[in-house]
Design a protein around this ligand. Structure first.
Ligand code: SAM
Length: 307
């Protein structure tokens, strides 16, 4: 299976899909959320499905949906949402719903040669878009200690981030980082706590840096607000506390810092109506069958008519 969708019914139900509307699935992956949205559209309206990974465009679901007149695949980073939708002829304020299910797909994690997983020996790549950008090996071979420490500590919450950053520099004096095995070896010599957890944290931190996942989310949130129609809904599934905080702040205050803005009269402006007061988490049933759902959180908000 390409990917088991997380919080599938919860997120699509909250999107409130109506036939004839225009929707975006910003993270197509295995197409699980797209399938449900297309069913609800019943051939009427449009669904633009974004993914920056060519494997997603070529997978079975994308081929299957290609015959649906409502479906359009956009091979792009979702940080360019506005630019891409405008190229498709859409105006700002004309989209009824946007969904994003962040992070990597099971396909990406389980495909050995993508380098996302410490379970397989492969080139240390980790790019979701294999056509551009620096790889995880490039980052380990070029960042200075301070930059590496930031990556490990902020993105991976690695407790001995400074020690690990210094160890990276010593390692690459001997030989450049090339493979997942090199990183596993480095981690093995600097372990703190449980081995698998440590490896997951370090690999996740590098993956998020390689793909500038926080930067992309920041740009996407701003574009999503502009492209949504008043009353349009934004549904976002996150897997990382920093991402969840960004989404929470953005729908509370209209900016990722969460700083409340005031209008000319001193009234606090509220660009969004919260649809989910608290984040929705997966049910016990879902967790039993899909371990990868365990850190997921869904937040949904509706764009208000005026700021
Ligand atoms: C968790 S999977 C989505 C799974 C999908 N919802 C499903 O049900 O099958 C995330 C997907 O989003 C893509 N992705 C992640 N960040 C992206 C970005 N900034 N721009 C475009 N695609 C992105 C990944 O390549 C991956 O295929």
């Amino acid at each position: 299976m390409y990917h088991a969708s997380v919080l599938l019914h919860e997120s699509v139900d909250y999107l409130g899909v109506t036939p004839g509307g225009v929707y975006v699935d910003a993270t197509f992956g295995g197409g699980g959320h797209t399938r449900l949205i297309l069913e609800k559209l019943a051939g009427k309206g449009r669904l633009f499905a974004f993914d920056q990974d060519m494997d997603a465009q070529e997978n079975a679901a994308a081929q299957e949906f290609a015959g649906d007149p409502a479906f359009a695949f956009v091979h792009s980073n979702f940080r360019f949402l506005k630019r891409q939708l405008r190229a498709e002829g859409l105006r700002a304020g004309s989209v009824q719903g946007i969904l994003a299910d962040l992070g990597v797909s099971s396909h990406q994690l389980d495909t050995a040669d993508r380098g996302f997983s410490y379970r397989f020996q492969a080139d240390l790549d980790m790019r979701m878009n294999q056509q551009e950008g620096a790889t995880a090996a490039d980052i380990l071979n070029t960042y200075n200690v301070g930059e590496l420490q930031r990556v490990f500590s902020e993105l991976g919450e690695v407790r001995n981030s400074k020690t690990l950053a210094q160890a990276v520099l010593r390692f690459r004096e001997q030989k450049p980082f090339q493979s997942t095995g090199d990183l596993v070896e480095l981690c093995g010599n600097n372990l703190m706590g449980e081995r698998m957890r440590y490896l997951s944290q370090v690999f996740q931190a590098l993956r998020m840096e390689v793909n500038d996942e926080l930067g992309a989310l920041h740009d996407f949130l701003k574009d999503a607000y502009e492209m949504l129609a008043p009353g349009g809904r934004l549904a976002i599934i996150t897997f990382h506390s920093l991402e969840d905080r960004m989404v929470k702040n953005f729908i509370k205050a209209g900016n990722i810092e969460g700083v409340q803005q005031k209008d000319f009269y001193g009234n606090i402006t509220r660009p969004w109506e919260l649809v989910t007061k608290k984040p929705v988490e997966p049910s016990e049933e879902e967790l039993k069958i899909n371990n990868r759902a365990r850190s997921s959180k869904l937040r949904v908000a509706e764009k208000r008519s005026e700021k």
